[in-house]
Design a protein around this ligand. Structure first.
Ligand code: ATP
Length: 298
C-alpha cells in the first residue's frame, strides 16, 4: 500500500525582514501565497528501512540522504509515534530546487502527511503543524496552503482571505541561491542602518482580500530582494524583461533566485511567459495561478 500527497510551491507577496536577533534568526512578516506548481510525494512501506528517491528536471540537485527534509519529516513523525521509519519516499519534483519557492519544505510537509495517513497515527492538525514548525519555517505553510501571514521566523501562521485567483509567471534561474547566504548578505547590507519591525502591509492584505491584481502589484515587496540582486545581479535583467513583456510587476520570490511576475489575467501570463522564455535572461519559465490548497492526499 502507498500514499501519495501533492504539495504546492509558494510565492511570498510580502517578505518583511527585521534585524538579526541574538540567536541569528530574523523576525519576519511573511505573506505566503500557494501556487499551482506541485511536487508529489509517495510513501511505501520498505522493509529495508528509510530511503529517498527523486525524479524530475532538478532531481540531481536533491539530496537523497537523511538531510532531505522529507526524510527528516518521516523520522520526526516516527520518533513521536513510536514507529520505525521504514518507508520508501519517492518525490516527483516539479518545484525548482533552491529557487525560493519552498520546494524542500513542500516535500517535508508532503512526507509528513503521507506517513501520517499510511500509519494512521491519529495526530491532530495542531500536532502535525507543530512538527512542521520543527522541520523549518516554511513547512507549516506548505501543509496549510492558500494565503497566510507567517510571523516569528515565519512559522506562526494566520490564515488570510483571498478574494480571487492571481495569475503568475515564474522565471527559473540558471543556478540556485542559498537561503542562509542571502540572509547573511541582508545583514551585511543592513549594517549601520535602522531596521524597522517587520509588519504586514494593510494595503497588501486588502488587495488580497479583494482579489485585485493591480492593487496587489502596487503593494508586493521583498526585503531580501536587494540581497538576492547583490549576489545575483543578472536577476535585474530578468525582472526588466518580465515587466517589459507586460507583467504588472516582478519581484524575487523569497530568497530567490526564481523571479515571480504578477499579471492581469491568464492570457497575459501566457504572453509574458513566452516573451521571458525568448529573452535569454532565464533558464526556464512556468505559468501558475493561486491561491491553491496546501498538501493533499491524492
Ligand atoms: P525556501 O523557499 O524555503 O527558502 P528554496 O525553495 O529556496 O527554499 P529548496 O528547494 O527547499 O530551496 O532547497 C534548499 C536546499 O535544501 C537544497 O539545495 C537542498 O540541499 C536541500 N534540500 C533538502 N531537502 C530537499 C528536498 N526535498 N528538495 C529539495 N531540496 C532539498
Amino acid at each position: 500500500m502507498s500514499v501519495t500527497v501533492r504539495v504546492p510551491a509558494k510565492v511570498n507577496v510580502q517578505l518583511a525582514v527585521g534585524a538579526a536577533r541574538p540567536d541569528g534568526f530574523h523576525d519576519l512578516a511573511n505573506v505566503f501565497l500557494a501556487v499551482g506548481l506541485y511536487d508529489e510525494v509517495t510513501v511505501t512501506p520498505s522493509p529495508g528501512g528509510l530511503r529517498v528517491t527523486c525524479e524530475g528536471p532538478d532531481a540531481a540537485q536533491v539530496p537523497l540522504d537523511r538531510t532531505n527534509l522529507a526524510a527528516r519529516a518521516v523520522e520526526t513523525l516516527a520518533a513521536r509515534y513510536g514507529r520505525t521509519p521504514d518507508v520508501h519516499v519517492h518525490i516527483v519534483k516539479d518545484i525548482p530546487v533552491a529557487g525560493g519557492m519552498a520546494g524542500g519544505s513542500a516535500d517535508g510537509a508532503g512526507a509528513l502527511l503521507a506517513c501520517d495517513a499510511l500509519w494512521g497515527t491519529g495526530a491532530t492538525r495542531e500536532e502535525l503543524l507543530e512538527i512542521c514548525a520543527e522541520l523549518g519555517s516554511d513547512v507549516p505553510f506548505s501543509l496549510v496552503g492558500g494565503v497566510a501571514l507567517g510571523t516569528g521566523r515565519g512559522e506562526r501562521l494566520t490564515v488570510l482571505e483571498a478574494g480571487g485567483t492571481f495569475h503568475w509567471v515564474f522565471a527559473m534561474a540558471g543556478r540556485g541561491l542559498s537561503t542562509p547566504a542571502v540572509f547573511r548578505e541582508f545583514d551585511r547590507l543592513a549594517e549601520g542602518r535602522d531596521i524597522p519591525e517587520p509588519v504586514a502591509s494593510r494595503d497588501l492584505l486588502d488587495a488580497l482580500a479583494e482579489g485585485d491584481a493591480e492593487a496587489l502589484a502596487a503593494t508586493v515587496s521583498n526585503d531580501l530582494q536587494p540581497a538576492a540582486l547583490s549576489l545575483f545581479p543578472e536577476l535585474a535583467d530578468t525582472l526588466a524583461a518580465g515587466r517589459a513583456a507586460g507583467a504588472l510587476t516582478g519581484l524575487v520570490s523569497g530568497s530567490g533566485p526564481t523571479t515571480a511576475f504578477l499579471t492581469r489575467d491568464a492570457g497575459t501570463a501566457e504572453k509574458v511567459a513566452q516573451a521571458l522564455g525568448a529573452s535569454g535572461t532565464c533558464r526556464s519559465v512556468r505559468v501558475a495561478s493561486g491561491p491553491v490548497v496546501g498538501a493533499m492526499v491524492l
